[in-house]
Design a protein around this ligand. Structure first.
Ligand code: BGC
Length: 864
């Protein structure tokens, strides 16, 4: 009997292969259970021109292996299978199930579609009513295959013959539009019929021309038009083709959406909606007028690198209450990002208003933290019977909703919260004996979900929702454990590279939009700009993608070179605007950068850390000279840091937890300084009974700094503290997501008066990475988790923990429990990987792939 077969292959970091934009997509697979190791593999490609087999390739590689044959041509579809040989096996495994990869439009000359939208007069300075566009067309035969390649200036939802195409939300997402606008390819074969057909699209303003950003926002950031770019390519049974592309023959009309904005919400007048508008029966009446055609360089249209935004979960309310004046207040029990779907029936003209907020104050929605993001959806009923409706081109961050104008009694089944975010595969789980810690972890997962909405954002509710570089810089290690976010972050880092200034400056947020004087014109800042070096490195470590590291390397290098110039010969970066340990709880609510830690100490520490990582990347990429140059520079910066910021007593010039945390975690201290510095850090933490005294910079580092320098117990004290400020304080206050401020809600239940009071901000949730590695005990020790370390370090009275991560090679898991005599641990090493297990009090043990049961009650951990 042949050994079992490997998993089907995957392509790049994509959930499927349809419409891929890479002509030589890399392939990955996992080994079948029990296979242990791969000695060789063979790939088979069934191409239109014939079948190609690589023959046996002696290699253990199974992640992102190179495409083995000629490049894909546009629209080409190839079925790919893999089989493998185990060491010493004479026969290969069975072939994997085939997976198809199909190229999108790889050459700009493939595009015939041009942007089409409303031709009527619009006032670019005012609210504009969104358009719909449509086109009737005839197909003269039976359709063998049809693909829709589609994108927009603005947002779109396409229908063909009345049926929605795909299930994406907020497509095409947000990129640096002038340089990269993503189109998606859909299989629409089943939508079409021989004879008359109609294609139509709803359009929205979105990021392209909607009002976005601080202080009331800026309109028309990318352009004043709102246009669809769509190319429907139909292949008949007889092999002939026809193309229906957006052009001057399309028609436009104002739709039933009266207003629409990502921050503002949407107003929909059902009286103006003809459900048959995108079918041949939807008569092309006088309101439909010729479109205005625009132009766009098709060279800027690119295929996605990751999955789209979708509804991933529906949540029912846990409580509905009615106010005396007839409004309904709904509690969904979870702070989430998405929108409401309502089913409602009432007389024509009835206006139902949906308002959203993350928290309540005095029994009412607290909308002040939303600032100018009004987050109000309005539905005007047609009187034509029950209607199910959900806004299309907006999202809100909320746990509570207030509904007014509802005709009759509102029952909870009439309103559902639909959770939206990038539909990433969940890959990480953690659970332990402490329920409050579990809720904290759950909150981190929810904050990741709510803020990975096509790009990594700071917050999902107020008038920001921007790709703040510092936030994801600290959160990326956690994010890449919890979900497969490689494609999303690779795409966003590409935009960071595009927005980098010629001198190397990395913006505070990407894509760049007009902002307050603090943020634009752009200037370089530590911890935020270091996303350029540290995040590609994190992704390389966690996903094993060396090409990704290579692609973003010029950006990383330009950043470090800039900081080197700014620092000058003394190697101290002590100039310019720095945010320091942003949101140190001691900073005044209106000046979050004014924390306890010298902001230039933070800047020089990050300079050293980034330079060190650039040197590591240079080693990985085989750039020997750079590796030597940057590692020498990193040493010099660390020396300069010690000279300037470390006193002879090993105290730091800023005697703050964050100062010690960065110095220790970034390895900036001389060996003899580390012990005293760590002791001082522990002393500072304990002096305030392990309440948190760190902000965005110190918080992600402090537990590691303590753990690695003999104060594991103090790290647990921090984790388990429930008094304000602390992680678990927020949990005891009912948090279901991670807050931006430690005291977003103060102990008396009132809102923090600061202008930034988001209740869904992942940055401070970066502690989950420490939880996974130290409490849970799973960490990569080689890129992509090809080698793993299982090293749980229990403490804080936690008696068991179960941690699991779907690595690129397969599932790694560690479940430990304290026993009277020590610890038992159940470990799963992914097939193809090797590991070291180090249980408390035991010597390290090498483990191969498979399941292992260890018990420390003997003199040494033993495989049972
Ligand atoms: C954002 C952040 C961001 C910070 C930068 C805030 O308004 O929400 O999380 O990193 O500004 O200073």
């Amino acid at each position: 009997m042949l050994p079992p077969r490997p998993s089907p292959v995957t392509f790049e970091h994509l959930p499927d292969g349809l419409g891929i934009g890479v002509a030589s997509p890399r392939l990955s697979w996992t080994l079948p259970s029990g296979a242990r190791r791969q000695a060789a593999y063979e790939l088979e490609l069934v191409r239109p021109g014939g079948t190609y087999r690589t023959g046996r390739i002696d290699s253990a590689e199974q992640i992102l292996v190179p495409w083995p044959h000629d490049e894909l041509s546009s629209r080409e579809r190839v079925d790919v299978r893999v089989r493998l040989w185990q060491p010493d096996a004479a026969v290969p495994s069975d072939w994997s199930a085939p997976r198809s990869v199909e190229a999108g439009l790889l050459d700009p000359s493939d595009w015939r579609a041009v942007p089409v939208g409303a031709a009527w007069d619009e006032d670019p300075a005012a609210e504009r009513r969104p358009a719909r566009v449509r086109k009737d067309f005839r197909l003269r035969g039976h359709v063998a295959r049809a693909r829709l390649h589609v994108t927009a200036h603005g947002l779109y939802e396409v229908e063909i013959n009345g049926a929605r195409v795909g299930d994406e939300a907020l497509a095409p997402g947000w990129t640096v539009y002038p340089e990269r606008l993503r189109y998606r390819t859909h299989d629409v074969t089943a939508h079409l019929t021989e004879g008359e057909n109609t294609i139509g699209a709803w359009l929205g303003d979105g990021w392209y021309r909607g009002k976005y950003g601080f202080d009331g926002g800026t309109r028309n950031i990318y352009g004043t038009d709102q246009s669809l770019i769509a190319q429907l390519e139909v292949e008949y049974d007889d092999g002939t083709n026809t193309v229906v592309a957006t052009d001057g023959t399309w028609r436009a009309a104002p739709g039933p959406i009266l207003t629409s904005g990502l921050y503002e919400g949407e107003t929909f007048d059902a009286r103006l909606h003809d459900p048959a508008w995108a079918t041949p029966a939807g008569a092309d009446t006088g309101e439909w007028t010729p479109v205005r055609t625009g132009s766009r360089d098709p060279g800027t249209l690119v295929a996605p690198l990751g999955p789209p935004v979708r509804c991933t979960e529906e949540i029912a309310s846990v409580a509905v209450t009615r106010t005396e004046d007839g409004r309904h207040l709904l509690d969904f029990g979870q702070n989430l990002v998405g929108r409401l779907r309502v089913t409602v029936d009432g007389p024509a003209g009835t206006t139902v208003v949906l308002r959203h907020a993350e928290v309540l104050q005095d029994g009412e929605l607290a909308t002040r933290p939303l600032r100018e993001a009004y987050s109000v959806d309005t539905l005007i009923l047609s009187g034509g019977g029950p209607l199910t409706w959900e806004p299309r081109f907006t999202l809100h961050g909320f746990r509570y909703a207030e509904i007014s104008g509802w005709p009759g009694e509102l029952t909870s089944d009439a309103v559902t919260a639909r959770v939206h975010h990038t539909d990433m595969r969940r890959t990480g789980w953690f659970e332990c004996s402490d329920p409050l810690v579990n809720r904290l972890h759950e909150n981190v997962v929810w904050s990741m979900r709510g803020n990975f909405v096509d790009l990594p954002t700071d917050c999902p509710q107020r008038d920001e929702r921007l790709g703040w570089t510092g936030d994801i810089q600290v959160f990326a290690p956690t994010a890449s454990f919890l979900h497969d976010c490689a494609g999303l972050l690779d795409s966003w880092l590409t935009d960071v590279g595009l927005e980098q200034l010629p001198d190397g400056t990395i913006p505070w947020y990407v894509p760049v939009i007009p902002g307050e004087p603090m943020w634009t014109p752009i200037h370089p800042g530590a911890a935020w700009g270091d996303v350029a070096t540290l995040t590609p490195w994190t992704l390389f470590q966690r996903f094993g993608d060396r090409e990704l590291l290579r692609r973003h390397h010029p950006m990383a290098k330009a950043w470090v070179d800039l900081v080197e110039r700014l620092a000058g010969p003394d190697r101290l970066w002590d100039t310019g605007v720095q945010l320091g340990d942003w949101l140190d709880p001691a900073a005044p609510p209106d000046d979050p950068a004014a924390g306890r830690t010298d902001r230039y100490l933070v800047a020089t520490a990050y300079f050293a850390h980034s330079t060190r990582h650039l040197a590591l990347a240079a080693v990985e990429l085989g750039h020997q000279e750079d590796a030597a140059r940057y590692s020498a520079l990193a040493d010099e910066v660390a020396d300069a840091f010690r000279r300037r910021y470390v006193l002879p007593t090993a105290r730091l010039t800023s005697d703050s937890a964050t100062a010690y945390a960065v110095a220790l975690a970034f390895g900036l201290l001389a060996p003899e300084q580390r012990g005293p510095a760590a002791d001082r850090l522990a002393e500072i933490v304990l002096a305030d009974d392990a309440r948190i005294s760190t902000g965005f910079v110190g918080t992600p580092l402090i537990c590691d700094a303590l753990t690695d320098h003999g104060h594991l117990d103090v790290a647990y004290r921090l984790l388990l503290q429930t008094e304000c400020p602390s992680w678990l304080y927020t949990v005891t206050m009912g948090a279901t997501t991670v807050w931006e401020r430690w005291d977003g809600l103060r102990p008396d239940g009132t809102l923090n008066p600061g202008g930034m009071t988001s209740f869904n901000h992942y940055a401070l949730g970066a502690v989950a990475d420490w939880m996974h590695r130290v409490v849970g005990g799973i960490a990569p020790s080689a890129a992509g988790y090809r080698e793993l370390s299982f090293r749980p370090r229990p403490g804080g009275g936690i008696t068991w923990a179960r941690t699991r991560h779907d690595t690129p090679y397969g599932t790694a898991a560690l479940s430990w429990e304290l026993t009277a005599a020590g610890m038992t641990a159940h470990i799963t090493v992914p097939e193809g990987c090797s590991a070291t297990a180090e249980l408390p009090g035991c010597a390290p043990l090498s483990l191969g792939p498979g399941e292992h049961l260890l018990d420390t009650s003997g003199p040494r951990a033993a495989v049972a």
